[in-house]
Design a protein around this ligand. Structure first.
Ligand code: FDA
Length: 429
């Protein structure tokens, strides 16, 4: 068995692990990064539709979930979105802001991987892909690991950078959680987040004709149980209209923000950015409330349309000027509102108004880790030093990136956490 000695062993060549390796290497540390995948940065490669939403201009602790999102403040400040943008600029990578502060590469996410692997090589970091860790244990002041190829490695510092459980097909494992637990660290409950939500079969059947329809919505979590069918939900719409994308607290323990983004009907339920965002806050048994024409007074618009041309227009046609046509047809059908506007009474119009702007629906689950963009939960932040990501009780052990109980919203926040936490650990490990 060959034996090798390093200052720092980093497990996981994702966003966090590579950033950490660059920083430690630049400090003159002998760094080995191992990853069981064939190539580094696989999630970077597929992110943002192949263009990598690498950060968000507005990143701050309010965009994160976890037992204590404020834990992220120090690292996010010390290596901010602007620091990462500087590196992207220095590497000559062209980028653009798509929406809501989200920055994407103009060309390809591979440019970000190249920037990181080049910087690792320049910093003298050794990268071994296709290599996992068979075992790791405390050895004196440091750690002794046996790699999957049988190599014995000792290192003063060990960095857990192997991410969360999302997308196991891409090599995601619970390794960081298991290893942290083995070293006595507390790990919070983990669950899929930024994930499409699913419906029970009966409801799905009624919604199937809508698969593929996209609509801009305002969505919020609603702990109250719900009536599930759009158009059969007579809740008042007025309170739901046009709530902006801001944090709002509630009697429940978790903050319950409202998100204003696009939603997509799918064959399994609901997806699209708005749904992925709310999925991080949703829990089994809870409902979500959707406004599908945010800021639009649907009742007033339909009444006004009724006054035009003697109310000859079909009600679904009039509604189709407010929401996508297929959705309008489905809402009218479900709400049993048919015929010409002139024939439709005020109560029926109010039902449509509520169906559009106060649809409260109860998902049965999510698509799970198979499609979740991130894992909520992880190594508890009270086990770690917020400046350095070092484990408080195990000298030389560090946890960074998605493995930590810090989870960002959709929109580049998760990569920024990976860069910031990796950078912070890289200053000392
Ligand atoms: P990451 O998962 O990137 O890296 C962990 C590495 O460890 C992997 O390379 C893995 O192979 C390796 N590994 C795991 N177990 C191991 C073991 N036992 N032994 C050895 N190696 C092991 N975020 C964002 O901000 N903007 C975006 O555009 C997107 N888009 C996006 C799309 C999709 C489809 C997904 C799934 C996710 C995103 N994300 C995102 C989230 C983002 O990808 C995620 O938050 C970061 O990749 C987390 O970085 P880490 O380095 O912590 O883990």
């Amino acid at each position: 068995m060959s034996k090798e000695t390093y200052d720092t062993l980093i497990v996981g060549a994702g966003a966090a692990g590579m950033m950490c390796a660059i920083e430690a290497g630049r400090r003159g540390r002998r760094v080995l990064v191992v990853d069981h995948a064939r190539a580094p940065g696989e999630k970077i490669r597929i992110s943002g539709g192949g263009r990598c939403n690498f950060t968000n201009l507005g990143t701050g602790p309010a965009n994160f979930l976890g037992e204590n999102p404020r834990f992220a403040t120090s690292a996010l400040k010390r290596f901010s979105q602007h620091d990462f943008i500087k590196r992207v600029d220095q590497a000559g990578i062209a980028w653009h802001e798509k929406t809501l502060g989200q920055l994407f590469c103009d060309d390809s996410a591979k440019q970000i991987i190249r920037m990181l692997t080049d910087a690792m090589a320049e910093a003298g970091v050794e990268l071994r892909t296709g290599t996992g860790v068979a075992s790791v244990a405390r050895a004196g002041d440091g750690f002794a690991a046996v790699l999957s190829d049988g190599t014995a490695v000792t290192a003063r510092s060990l960095v857990l950078a192997s991410g969360g459980r999302s997308i196991p097909k891409m090599g995601a494992t619970g390794w960081a959680y298991d290893t942290a637990r083995a070293f006595g660290l507390r790990v919070t409950e983990t669950r899929p987040a930024l994930v499409p939500l699913t419906f029970e079969t009966g409801l799905l059947e009624t919604l199937l004709p809508l698969a593929g329809v996209a609509v801009d919505v305002v969505v919020r979590n609603n702990p109250e149980p719900a009536s599930n069918t759009p158009g059969a939900n007579p809740a008042s719409s007025s309170a739901e209209r046009g709530r902006p994308n801001v944090m709002a607290s509630s009697s429940a323990k978790r903050d319950r923000p409202t998100f204003k983004e696009a939603m997509l009907f799918t064959h399994r339920g609901l997806s699209g950015p708005a749904i992925l965002q709310i999925s991080s806050y949703w829990r089994e048994g809870e409902a979500i409330t959707l406004s599908m024409a945010p800021g639009v007074d649907v009742l007033a618009r339909l009444k006004a349309a009724r006054e035009e041309n003697g109310g000859k227009a079909a009600v679904h046609t009039a509604l189709g000027h407010i929401v996508p046509r297929r959705l309008a047809e489905s809402l009218c059908e479900r709400g049993q509102v048919a015929g010409k506007l002139a024939e439709v009474g005020g109560k029926a119009l109010m039902r449509l108004d509520a169906a559009v702007n106060a649809w409260t629906v109860k998902p049965v689950g999510s698509e799970g880790y198979r499609t979740a963009e991130v894992t909520l939960g992880g190594v508890a932040t009270d086990q770690l030093d917020q400046q350095t990501m070092a484990a408080k009780t195990v000298p030389g052990l560090y946890v960074i990136g998605e493995a930590v109980d810090i989870t960002g919203w959709l929109g580049g926040y998760n990569f920024q956490w990976a860069w910031s936490s990796g950078w912070a650990a890289g200053q000392v490990c």
